[in-house]
Design a protein around this ligand. Sequence first.
Ligand code: FES
Ligand SMILES: [Fe+2]
Length: 419
Amino acid sequence: MTLHITAPLSDLVASYQRGHTLPAAFYTAPELFETDLDVFFHRHWIMVGVTAEIPEPGDVRKVDIGRNSILLLRDDDMQVRAFHNVCRHRGARIVSEEQTSVGRLVCPYHQWSYDLTGELVHAAHMGKGLDRSCHGLKPVNLKVISGIIFICIADEAPADIEEIADILGARLQPFRLDEARVAHAKTIVEPGNWKLSVDNNRECYHCEGSHPELINTFVGLDIGFDPDELGDEEKAEYAEHCRIAAAQVAEWEAQGFASRAVEFYEGHETMMRTERFVIAGAGESHTLDGKAACRKLLGGLTDPRFGDMHLHTHNSWSHFFADHAVISWIIPLAPDQTELRTVWLVNKDAREGEDYDLDRLTEVWIATNQQDADLVTIAQQGVSSVAYQPGPLSQFCETAVDRNIAWYVERLRKHGFGE
Ligand code: FES
Ligand SMILES: [Fe+2]
């Protein structure tokens, strides 16, 4: 069912109440979906891939975002580049495969050819009047941070990506993700609005009831969690976890590995949160028993107990462990359809069957992603009902959801939507 907006967008924005979910139209209306694409997927930095997916010169990945199609590629000098997938002749889409490898990018329409730096190098029957240097592929703003690819489609990209690159670059450097190998990649479609996918990711209120695999290792204590609200047993458990986590974080920091939470929400153009979490169970990785799934660790790491370096942005969530990384990002497809792509990275020298078992490496997050997709499904069904009205968020375990939504509304207002 498609619900159209019945009130001006400014009224809808004004009706948002802090501490609550959004009015239904934000999750269902096609008009708002278009606004979301324009503001949050064209004018903000979005995660769209990892360099390990395009390891060799000529490797190309196509990423479609609304009406735009972007090519991520590796040039002959091993530099990663991003271009609009639009021919400079009559605009045809050049690459239609999701992943390919090419010597040159050749438009299938009239065979204009571009080298891997985007320069137009061949255009038959155009006479002497064509200035090839003015007809290269249009580049897209690109920022590669430790092997993770961010783009911004708008001409003017938020400047705070440099600050984020400094923070993340230092934290991710030990994992050397730019040298890692893709062990597995999986794309699923969540039948829900992209904001429901993200909100679902920002809390672990649902973990106990839905993620039997993940809760073995992920301690889902929320930012702003209030221990006074807990029962005696939970309070003791919480206090013990806090003691262990604080000691571990202090130890990592003393070793020179930044681990404390850094948050970019309200007041920031780009949303970002990162923190190194302590892992429960055996304490090494997100596997069923918490032990590392891959024998060869990432980068030059030697200790498998390196925590869970967590990162989320407004279209992504990732976990970096000593033995592997699991990196996920979303692209909205429709008001009620969101594509979720996840890649699992391991040391480039790690061999499947010898150093790791693929099922063991991937089983926790494959299960978790599907469980989350099922939750997003029922959330979308509910917000599409006439009975839905914005509901209150827990101030103890949904504070990140609240801040997520507040950032979203703030950004809408900053871009001229709302009062
Ligand atoms: S549209 Fe690409 S060569 Fe004509
Ligand atoms: Fe979840």
